[in-house]
Design a protein around this ligand. Sequence first.
Ligand code: ZN
Ligand code: ZN
Ligand code: FE
Length: 761
Amino acid sequence: MDLQAIDIDIQGIVQGVGFRPFVYQTAVRLGLKGIVSNTSDGVFIHVEGPSDGIRSFIDGFSGQLPPLARITRLTQTPATIFGYDTFQIASSVEGIRRNTLISPDVCICDDCLKELFDPTDRRYRYPFINCTHCGPRYTIIDDIPYDRPHTSMKGFRMCSQCQTEYDDPMDRRFHAQPNACPVCGPRLFLHDAHGRPISSPDPLEETIRLLREGAIVAIKGLGGFHLACDATNEASVQALRKRKHREEKPLAVMTPDILTARRFARIEPEDESLLRSRQRPIVLLEKAPGYFLAQSVAPANRRIGVMLPYTPLHYLLMHDAFSALVMTSANPSEEPIVFRNEEAFERLAGIADRFLVHDRPIYIRVDDSVVLRTDKSVMPIRRARGYVPAPIPLPKELPHVLACGAELKNTVCMTRRNEAFVSQHIGDLENLPSYTSFLFTIDHLKRILDVEPNIVAFDLHPDYLSTRYVRELPDTFHKIGVQHHHAHIASCMAENGIEGRVIGIACDGTGYGTDGTLWGCECLEVDYRGFRRMATLEPVPMPGGAAAIREPWRMAVSYLHRLYGRQLLQLPLPFLKAEPSDALCTMIERKINCPMTSGLGRLFDGVSALVGLYSRVRFEGQAAMALEMAAEPNDTDKPYAFELRMHPEDDLLLLSPGPLIEEMVGDIVGGVSIAAIAWKFHQAVVNGLAEVIRRMRERTALNRVVLSGGSFQNVLLSTHLRRKLADEGFEMFTHSEVPCNDGGISLGQAVVAGYRFSADS
Ligand code: ZN
Ligand code: ZN
Ligand code: FE
């Protein structure tokens, strides 16, 4: 017989996910001998036996792996035959442990779910059931290697039954670090509105009863607390909004299953697989005609954010009890999600009527992820639970970089060799708790990735807290500033694995430009190292600076003023009368607090106010979103059009909205519907950008177009632009891994800094 021995090194997510038992079982099935063990870098296998058996063994790694396992690198080398007489799982080898990967948190698996509702199972109705194929990971780890003492399960000593499962390579719970049962594991507790413990024989049943009666309960989940209430109870939902000071922003709901979800939301097969995916994100869906949830869940919105239960606790909560619960991140207004029990009692006082908590600590806060499906792909809106910290492969190996992200929707990113690790959504860095969370996340990532980057990337905006953080680091760090829109495009390039030069279209509300003005409709020739600005939206004053973001009517006046001067005050537009338009004109004329902006988001805001949708908003992007929702596509209306002209001094093409605004004013006065106006405007943006891109192709001979920036969350805009250009033979690239909004900025910054540093040194 032809005997052979091979050493195999495997890297990826291969620890704590049932990988060694998988290897063991495969080897035993094929009658092979040898050894498998965890190492510093992943998993090491020495296998011996007949060569065809070894071939099948290796083929097994490209087939069905354990659900959470992911191989990023597999190397095999011929080895000496030692004559093993069994195949064994050896204990872990501790070492320099540079390349281990931690799995994201994943939803409960089918096997555990079956046990959860099986009255004969010892874990029947146990809210913390899990195994190597499912359960918490990232949120309970504070260091590597991924062993129980480094997790928040370290305080729970396994009972003998759990320990037996843990030690048995043939068991589904072999080395399942969070393994627990009702005898030895975490438990639920109920607390009153003041955080005082309430003795209750069954905290879960009590919670269900309270929610049914209309109460608001803070419920501790996987990555933080949710505020929950019955989504069909209008009074409860309104009370929640009032107490949380969240007037209009849509609230997400959890629903027990797809069947129930279909009763209030439209679900295509692709949506269904997203909802059911292991990551269990919140999926933004169109409301269905039979929508019966409280109107105030997602007021003035065609869509609703829906998720399925993902922890055993959620399943127990939803089971036979509710058709939908509002499950919104528990945080007072704009602060980060609450994740510690004591913190919850304090910060959610006055919001929650009761607290359903447990004693398994959460080490790092992680929000629910949010995704939106477009015709072709999945668009991440918020990347967090379920996706983080899975790596994004880079086009090549880079030096280790820490990128600090932008101000709003902040994330940070760390690179390690040829992979990038984008943190979970941290939030808007506008208050101390968010900033603290930012610092904490950086430390946590350094620890679990075991890297200490000394290249640090930051946004050029001098006032961002993330920028200040970098400024205050010692000068031993290499600090590399990356322009906001360059970072957007680089981010999309990186996740698509492309190199070289591209046409990059970065559209958003605001990003600091290299000339100190606020950019936001940037048509750039880009590679990772640099960019050339070739076209943009004609800049206009942004009266009051940031105030114009909260009050879109200011942008409307700014656009009108450019066209009509003070005569604008004579226009018969209702919003002008309702606001101090006169004073704003003076501000514009005297250039008082009027930074210049070329943000596409600001134009959307202005148009939204102009047509009478929103003069003032509760959250950024609300006005622009309303305009998208209002638009009704049709083939008959003649679209508006931008005027294209060259900048008088710079070699820069300008998209001027002058004629478009004039025609629009005529339509508004003439009584044309908002639906038609909004559609004609969307087409104008699509056609205007398409024309710019054609001209850029003529000048640069580039054919690859990369779309990024928060404006492309507008599905109407992104799908129509992508289709149009694809039809004309352009190669189109969009986001599907990280958000096109500022949540994706850190990835782009990291890659740009990495390439620049490599070029410089
Ligand atoms: Zn499981
Ligand atoms: Zn136990
Ligand atoms: Fe941006």
